[in-house]
Write a protein of this length. Structure first.
Length: 254
């Protein structure tokens, strides 16, 4: 049993007058904030406000790097060259870290977003580019990723710290990867069921896949999607269920 678990959420994804999620409410419930860096979502003013609120709440800030895809919210695969992806990731980490430092905090880890996250489970060239970019910026930065993914393997090989992540509200395949969002049942919305699922992940190291088989997971951090319907209620249910089960909730950096 894991006695401690980190809870993370994707934040800072509003853009101008378009508002997405309730970042302030989620920052009271999570221990790590994956903050958008402007490529898939987030404008500079939004990122300043998000980093300011995270710093005030003692929540760690992570750079959520993604493809250059505002229109698609970073959820479309882009066949970008490793050289361009390296530059894009360096740019995003640097931009968010500059903003974070003006608000009394800093980028403490990196988590890829959306289609990039899913691509580098298997896409070795893009995984290597992401790892090289993180290492070039700051080799002390951990990378969050899916257990068994190419990016975590490359990160370990390069000497970077890796953080295994599980998803509270996403269905898994029997192979331990996330079910495509376009498939029915890929995104879960029952707060009570999701809370029970997270406790099982943390306590037993297993999760039920979409086909009914058990999949091994050993998470250091659990992701709660901030843009999901009822995200705040779900986060509260998850946090309450973990506390009832005797699991300590704290950043993986503490």
């Amino acid at each position: 049993m894991s006695a401690t678990i980190d809870l993370n959420a994707d934040l800072g994804e509003s853009f101008g007058r378009w508002q997405l999620g309730d970042d302030d409410a989620l920052l009271e419930l999570v221990t790590s904030a994956n903050v958008a860096c402007g490529f898939h979502a987030g404008d500079p003013a939004t990122l300043v406000r998000t980093c300011q609120a995270a710093a005030a709440g003692g929540v760690r800030v992570g750079a959520q790097v993604g493809y250059r895809d505002l229109a698609g919210f970073g959820r479309r695969f882009i066949d970008v060259s490793p050289q361009d992806l390296f530059a894009d990731v360096v740019y995003q980490i640097g931009a968010l870290d500059g903003i974070a430092r003006t608000q009394g905090t800093r980028v403490a880890y990196v988590k890829p977003h959306g289609a990039l996250y899913n691509a580098i489970v298997h896409h070795e060239a893009q995984a290597a580019a992401v790892v090289a970019a993180v290492r070039a910026v700051d080799e002390s930065l951990p990378i969050l990723g899916l257990p068994g993914s190419a990016v975590l393997a490359a990160a370990r090989e390069s000497g970077l710290r890796t953080v295994a992540e599980a998803f509270a509200d996403r269905a898994y395949t029997a192979d331990g990867v996330l079910v495509d969002r376009r498939r029915p049942g890929a995104v879960l919305d029952d707060a009570e069921a999701v809370a029970e699922r997270v406790v099982a992940m943390v306590v037993t190291g297993r999760v039920r896949s979409i086909d009914g088989s058990d999949v091994e997971v050993t998470p250091d951090s659990v992701c709660l999607h901030g843009d999901s319907p009822g995200a705040v209620a779900m986060a509260r249910a998850v946090r309450s269920a973990l506390s009832t089960a005797g699991v300590r909730i704290a950043s993986f950096l503490d």
